[in-house]
Design a protein around this ligand. Structure first.
Ligand code: ADP
Ligand code: MG
Length: 486
């Protein structure tokens, strides 16, 4: 074994030599593979030996573990593979000269320090898997993609497959506070259960400080999309890496009150077309997220308006200003709220007070919540911030069928935001009373009685693991020239 620099070492394995190196941002392996090719031109040497160099380079963040024990160096890392560029676990092993072992261990330590950037290693994780979630493959997703990464990283896993609805809630309610994170292998429904379990915990404040890390294995994986982005948000391996490397990020949660019942909602409340399509396509669960597209087309066909009485404590209603706030947050990446900070919601930027305002135009659907994506097909809250202490409210006015179909294009980029028929508010609370009797109310993807309810914000109550800078979601709202063009 030889050292060309402290950051580069060579190891041998099965007669092959591999060079392993890292910089502040990348980790690479270079392995010489001998190939033997027949050659007809040279009668006394029918086979030609060549050394082909195989180079693999990946982000230093993708290094999961580097150890040296009993003369063997072992590095486990993730590399993007295939058309979808999903991460795939690889490892490289090689023999180390006993005299060099101490220096190789130092090399491993330096690599791990850069790969983990001060984040706790070898975590104790509570893992909840919903075998019923999505297309029913959560168990396979866990055993094939997630578990190998977490085990390679030296984590200790306490795993439960949920046996019935609300099982995860019960587990979260009684959760020991020793865990570094709760990993949820399912869709958003199980996250909703865990947060409501925390709310019933005997030490709720401390329970809410345990970060949640979603692994996308449901038909709605909005939290995963919002934290990891449009591509990584559907990659269970990228989500597993987030369990290892994510930073703790506070998020707002919502108090949802209906009659005497109170829930914690972390994502959304919706009535009208978007709620109908969620519940109406339950039987198409096997289709995965595509069921929502089918549901939307049905909604366009029926184009049923949804009579509601809506009143809101509006803090901001200017779309351009909301975009500016988002942009300055992205540029500065602070957790300080540009609308005034702290747990109170004082005057908005234009000095508007948060008085109750009513909205009484006819609507096709109402969506309130946080996190840009509500599904992969729809960026409903493009200007949402995780911890501004406000709830984003998007009210869709009536459109003709042609415009409804047009709205599908670019919906995943939040383009409907700029349309005049889309009314957008940031509020500290709202009240909603459905006026019809026939309808559906969906909260965090789960159906609740179609009756009057009220929502208020608990600023920064929840904790998640996030690969992004503090106070930002991964989703990128490309602020285009759509402004005013619709
Ligand atoms: P999806 O995105 O596919 O809907 P969710 O995580 O939202 O996935 O879970 C869907 C529902 O499954 C939740 O309402 C949850 O309460 C329920 N659930 C959890 N475990 C089970 C189980 N073992 N059997 C049936 N339902 C379950
Ligand atoms: Mg918010």
């Amino acid at each position: 074994m030889a050292h060309s620099s402290t950051r580069e070492i060579s190891v041998s394995s099965n007669g092959r030599v591999s060079k392993l190196a890292f910089t502040d941002t990348t980790f690479s392996t270079e392995t010489g593979r001998e190939t033997i090719t027949p050659q007809v031109s040279c009668w006394h040497n029918l086979f030609r030996r060549r050394v082909k160099i195989e180079l693999i380079e990946t982000s230093i963040r993708n290094v999961v573990a580097a150890t040296c024990a009993k003369g063997i160096l072992d590095v486990q890392y993730l590399v993007p593979r295939g058309k979808k560029r999903h991460l795939c676990l690889k490892h490289i092993q090689g023999t180390v000269n006993t005299d060099d072992e101490r220096r190789v261990k130092e090399w491993c330590d330096a690599l791990m320090d850069l790969a983990y950037q001060g984040v706790t290693r070898c975590k104790l994780l509570r893992i909840l898997i919903n075998p019923h979630g999505g297309t029913g493959k959560a168990g396979t997703v866990f055993t094939q993609k997630v578990e190998p990464i977490l085990v390679a990283a030296g984590c200790t896993l306490d795993v439960t497959y949920t046996a019935y609805a609300n099982h995860a809630l019960e587990i979260a309610r009684d959760l020991k506070l020793k865990y570094d994170a709760v990993v949820i292998v399912s869709g958003d429904g199980l996250i909703h259960e865990v947060l409501n379990g925390f709310a019933q915990h005997e030490q709720p404040e401390r329970a809410f400080c345990i970060p949640i890390a979603p692994i996308p294995a449901g038909s709605g994986n909005a939290l995963s999309l919002n934290l990891l982005g449009y591509e990584d948000g559907v990659d269970p391996s990228a989500a597993a890496l987030n369990v290892l490397k994510g930073q703790q990020m506070s998020i707002d949660l919502f108090s949802f009150t209906q009659g005497t019942r109170r829930h914690i909602s972390f994502m959304s409340q919706t009535v009208g077309l978007m709620a109908d399509l969620d519940v109406g396509t339950e039987r198409l669960r096997w289709m995965g997220e595509f069921r929502f597209v089918i549901g939307y087309l049905w909604g366009v066909f029926t184009r049923r308006t949804c009579p509601v009485q809506l009143s809101m404590k509006v803090v901001e209603d200017d779309k351009s200003r909301m975009v500016s706030t988002l942009q300055s947050r992205r540029a500065n990446s602070t957790t300080i709220d540009s609308f005034g900070g702290d747990d109170k919601h004082p005057d908005g930027p234009d000095g508007s007070t948060d008085e109750w305002v009513t909205f009484d135009k006819p609507i096709l659907w109402f969506y309130a919540g946080q996190g840009p994506y509500v599904s992969r097909e729809l960026m409903q809250f493009p200007v949402s911030l995780p911890d501004d202490g406000l709830i984003d409210i998007s009210v869709q006015g009536v459109m003709n069928r042609r415009k409804l179909l047009d709205a599908m294009e670019g919906a995943e980029e939040g383009r409907t935001y700029w349309t005049n028929s889309n009314h957008y508010f940031k509020a500290s609370a709202y009240r909603m009373k459905p006026l019809g009797t026939r309808g559906v109310l969906v909260v965090d993807g789960e159906q609740l009685p179609f009756e009057e309810f009220e929502v208020s914000v608990h600023p920064r109550l929840g904790t998640v693991l996030s690969p992004c800078r503090q106070g930002c979601y991964a989703a990128d709202f490309r602020v285009s020239d759509e402004r005013g063009s619709k």
